[in-house]
Design a protein around this ligand. Structure first.
Ligand SMILES: Cc1cc2nc3c(=O)[nH]c(=O)nc-3n(C[C@H](O)[C@H](O)[C@H](O)COP(=O)(O)OP(=O)(O)OC[C@H]3O[C@@H](n4cnc5c(N)ncnc54)[C@H](O)[C@@H]3O)c2cc1C
Length: 384
């Protein structure tokens, strides 16, 4: 499996992505974090490498390289900058929903621009009452002739400050529904959310919809199917976040190895101390394990297997938990330097913590995984 996954990544993107992350993205991550915003020139850099549309099949502007290549790509972006990986995640979720369930009119209005990064997407599900229990959503959509009128208050919208198009979940009289809304529509008010623990460059916003009118073609899938669509879209988000967590793990490993190979204490390099070795060994082991779980989920997606949903939950739960532990150890291994902004490991820890909360918290993943295990008698999923 590992060899095939690497081959798929090689065929599509190793040169394009690996060098870009090392030379362009990672060196700017601290600046985006400090400024709590990205430099929009990076949007064009992503577009030049086909990243904004990579989630789609080749015929619709994607790469055709498959989900393992997508996982390796989101891993690499996560290794360089979790804020950009978060922006890429929510954009990919909105684009995936448009492509899979959108009307022809909405596709011709948005898809090419979203693939090109000329229109960025965001995902608006969470509200005051609707957090982990997203079925509790209160935002509403009322039919008025050929239009829908949206009301509601969405919280924690990644990319909400800069998005051009919003995937909005709202109640209708027949149940939850999903709309793709032009962010420039009248009746939309955005307020930046500042001082977030991690992914500070991801330009999170609160968004209020008041008498916001959208055309009938803005609906994504049938009214009443909103929760099923949310589940499908969250699966893509979880997959991307899990891959991004592998990137954080790899970044922690790289930083720890660099430091342990250069810092001397007690007359020897840190790497000679067995307790330091244990930290490095644990991070290295968890990096490999998390990566393989993500690739398993990817292969199941490529095979069209419904088992991918649970494989993605498992990968996300493991990778996010391991990323927090690895980043915590990485700070520890760097001593006082780990607490300084001159080193990236403190940012890795803040970013990793966010990963345990978004796209279904770690506890929610445990609830889903345990329910599945009990239902299926802990069956083994086959991948060749
Ligand atoms: C930086 C950042 C970016 C985000 N971006 C987006 C975005 O782009 N779009 C969007 O819609 N949302 C976004 N969110 C919101 C995120 O999805 C929610 O925060 C998440 O779903 C959890 O909801 P909550 O914060 O209301 O916590 P709550 O649901 O109130 O949960 C609080 C705690 O209780 C636990 N808990 C809740 N229910 C259960 C249960 N049934 N069993 C066990 N434990 C439980 C949770 O695990 C958590 O530890 C973002 C959040 C952050 C921090």
């Amino acid at each position: 499996m590992a060899v095939r996954a690497e081959a798929a990544f090689d065929a599509w993107s190793r040169e394009r992505i690996g060098a870009f992350v090392d030379e362009v993205l990672a060196p700017r991550a601290a600046e985006f974090d400090r400024a709590a915003r990205i430099d929009t020139s990076i949007v064009g850099e992503f577009a030049a490498r086909g990243l904004w549309g990579a989630v789609l099949p080749a015929a619709e502007g994607g790469t055709g390289a498959g989900m393992t290549a997508l996982a390796r790509t989101h891993e690499e972006i996560g290794r360089g900058c979790s804020s950009m990986r978060s922006l890429l995640t929510v954009h990919s979720m909105a684009l995936y929903a448009l492509d899979r369930w959108g009307t022809d009119a909405a596709k011709s209005r948005w898809r090419a621009d979203m693939v090109a990064g000329a229109a960025l997407g965001a995902f608006c599900l969470t509200e005051e009452e609707a957090g982990s229990d997203f079925a509790a959503l209160q935002a509403s959509a009322r039919r008025d002739g050929d239009e829908w009128i949206l009301h509601g208050h969405k919280l924690w919208v990644t990319g909400g400050q800069l998005a051009d198009v919003l995937l909005v979940f709202a109640r209708t009289e027949v149940g939850p529904a999903v709309f793709l809304v032009d962010a420039a529509s009248p009746g939309i008010r955005r307020t930046p959310v500042t001082s977030i623990t991690g992914t500070r460059g991801s330009q999170v916003a609160e968004i209020v919809f008041e008498d916001c009118r959208v055309g009938a073609d803005a609906i994504i899938g049938p009214a009443g199917m909103g929760l099923a669509i949310a589940t499908g879209v969250l699966d893509i988000g979880r997959f991307s976040v899990a891959a991004g967590c592998v990137g954080i793990l790899q970044a922690c490993l790289n930083a720890c190895v660099r430091h342990a190979n250069s810092r001397q204490q007690g007359g020897s390099l840190l790497r000679e101390h067995q307790l330091v070795q244990q930290m490095i060994s644990t991070i290295a082991t968890n990096t490999r394990a998390a990566r393989l779980l993500v690739w398993q989920a990817a292969q199941l997606k490529d095979a069209g297997s419904p088992d991918t949903i649970m494989a993605t939950c498992v990968a996300k739960q493991f990778a996010a938990t391991a990323a927090v532990a690895a980043a915590n150890d990485a700070v520890q291994l760097h001593g006082a330097r780990g607490c300084s902004d001159d080193y990236p490991v403190g940012r890795y820890l803040r970013d990793a913590k966010v990963m345990e909360i978004i796209e279904g918290s770690t506890q929610l993943q445990h609830v889903l995984i345990a329910a599945d295990a009990c239902r299926n008698q802990a069956r083994v999923v086959d991948v060749d």
